[in-house]
Write a protein of this length. Structure first.
Length: 549
């Protein structure tokens, strides 16, 4: 293996390598989501969109059946909704578990059948349990596993778990105020007066600090005495005066202080992670999400995003879920949620630079492009891959050699090994014997980008795809990306590892020229290898070296 980063996120049947950030595509099967409500409420439309996102570069599809549009907050959930009532906050409409399941179960079934890594975005334990049984690999809980029943569900499965923070993070003024009492400084410059002034300033600061501490203590006491009294905490905090520091002019800091906000967010995430760990959830299954936009002001969201590296230091994969959020519009001047994708990509790249590894977005194609461009110049990441080449038209060995040379010319890619060419039996409806070889490459391209380059190689060598013969017609060259280090992918354009890799004798035998024991290698990578008598495209003869240089 070539990679140095072996971090993974264990999600059910998937072991997601975090050597590169993973894109989680948002699929809202709801009538009222804030940016795409109603577009994918129809089951077939939702399934098609999920498959489109996989083909655009999504590694995970996050399926949700209950809107968490503006107005939703942890206060509403843990207060009104937790006791069976309806949220009085504008925008959020509670959905019953039965209705949520009706919306999302058919979609999850179809995406799982397509081989996708599916996340279920739900706060209902019964829905999470059902969807994991259907094959969902991740539970994305907007309430952060504060429901003991959801913890029980998580402990009884091997699904990945996303802990999200939802709720307010500030108890006081949004910005610290810094004032200068110029009259005091100019009134008397004598040592005595200055000393007196300093003492008065110190006493004022100490008094203010004591008042702040007392107010916060009273607020915490109120909150602990009865659930749902977060509003009392806010009232108590507002009753205190803003702390004043006498400096050199009237101005305000642009953002609130980071420390108290991050204590709230990281404290909650750490506590809930430990709750899962104590329940038996393995650490490798846990991901944390600071919950941008949920009960937080724009300034607070920016503070949290700037502290991504601190959250990464907690040792769990960190999710960046800022897509089209209101604060993204506030910092970019874009008011329509659906028009915030470019600004979202900018915030996402900032999070990636700080160590975020799961990117939850609406615009998968745009973020994938931005991420590929960013990583090509900022994050050297060489990976090993195997490409199967086949030809059954004209100068077959010549086509294999020319294709190998063209692959070596692909940007950020080099050929490091080529097997001999082998005559193989026709397979999958192909009428004539095929000359096959396997090319080993080192590449820094994303899988779908490499796939596009391979299709360009086919075009350059005049491959013809007749309607109805796409998979078994005659071809000058066929380039199949069979395996790529650290990559598991599903979709209509590309599946990794190739779903038929383990049954293809015309790949397994040539790979013996490139490594000692390909069967053991691929089995270790999770590929099921068929016994010899069940393979297709059996190797008939060694055609010799592929002379491509």
């Amino acid at each position: 293996m070539l990679r140095e980063n072996y971090a993974t996120w264990h999600c059910g049947a998937f072991e997601l390598s975090l050597a590169r950030p993973r894109i989680m595509g948002i699929l809202n099967v709801t009538p009222d989501s804030f940016s795409d409500g109603g577009e994918y409420l129809d089951t077939e439309a939702a399934i098609a969109h999920g498959l489109d996102m996989l083909d655009a570069g999504a590694d995970i599809i996050d399926v949700g059946g209950e809107s968490t549009r503006p107005g939703f907050s942890g206060v509403a959930l843990h207060g009104e909704l937790a006791h069976g009532g309806e949220s009085t906050r504008p925008g959020f409409s509670a959905v019953s578990p039965e209705e949520e399941a009706r919306r999302i179960v058919p979609v999850i079934r179809a995406l799982v059948d397509a081989g996708a890594c599916v996340s279920v975005d739900t706060r209902h334990p019964e829905v999470a349990k059902m969807c994991v049984r259907l094959g969902a690999s991740i539970i994305n809980d907007v309430t952060g596993f504060t429901d003991p029943e959801m913890v029980t569900v998580a402990a009884a499965t091997d699904a990945g778990c996303v802990i999200m923070h939802a709720g307010e993070v500030s108890l006081g003024a949004h910005r610290q105020t810094v004032l200068l009492d110029a009259s005091v400084q100019m009134r008397d410059t004598s040592q005595t007066t200055n000393a007196s002034s300093d003492e008065e300033d110190a006493e004022a600061l100490e008094s203010t600090a004591q008042a702040d501490e007392g107010a916060h203590a009273r607020a915490e006491s109120l909150a602990s005495s009865a659930p749902g009294l977060e509003e009392a905490m806010r009232r108590a905090a507002r009753a205190t005066t803003t702390s004043t520091v006498r400096l050199a002019g009237n101005r305000r800091f642009t953002l609130p202080e980071s420390a108290p906000i991050m204590r709230q967010v990281m404290g909650f995430l750490g506590d809930q992670a430990r709750t899962l760990l104590r329940a038996g959830v393995d650490r490798s299954r846990i991901c944390i999400d600071p919950g941008p936009g949920f009960g937080k002001y724009a300034d607070e969201n920016v503070v949290i995003q700037r502290a991504t590296a601190k959250m990464v230091s907690m040792g769990y994969p960190v999710m960046c879920a800022v897509s089209r959020k209101r604060f993204v519009g506030a910092v970019s001047g874009v008011h329509e949620a659906s028009q915030r994708d470019a600004a979202t990509a900018g915030v996402v790249l900032g999070a990636v630079a700080a160590g975020a590894s799961i990117l939850r977005v609406h615009d998968v194609a745009g973020v994938a492009q931005a991420l590929d461009g960013y990583r090509s110049v900022m994050c050297p990441d060489v990976r090993r891959a195997f490409i199967s080449l086949g030809s059954n038209v004209g100068d077959r060995l010549g086509y294999l050699a020319r294709a190998t040379a063209l692959i070596d010319a692909i940007p950020l890619t080099c050929v490091v090994g080529v097997s001999h060419a082998y005559e193989t039996e026709p397979a999958y409806g192909i009428a004539t014997p095929v000359a096959n070889c396997v090319v080993e490459v080192h590449t820094e391209l994303a899988p779908l980008v490499l796939l596009d380059s391979l299709l360009q190689v086919e075009d350059e060598l005049d491959r013809v795809r007749k309607p109805g013969e796409e998979g078994h017609g005659p071809r000058t060259i066929d380039c199949d990306l069979a395996w790529m280090e650290g990559e598991i992918h599903a979709g209509r354009r590309l599946r990794l590892p190739h779903p038929k890799l383990g049954e293809r004798d015309y790949i397994l035998v040539p790979m013996e020229d490139l490594m000692h024991d390909p069967v053991r290698f691929l089995s270790h990578a999770g590929v099921h290898i068929a016994p010899q008598e069940e393979r297709v495209g059996i190797v008939l003869a060694d055609l010799g070296e592929v002379k491509w240089q």
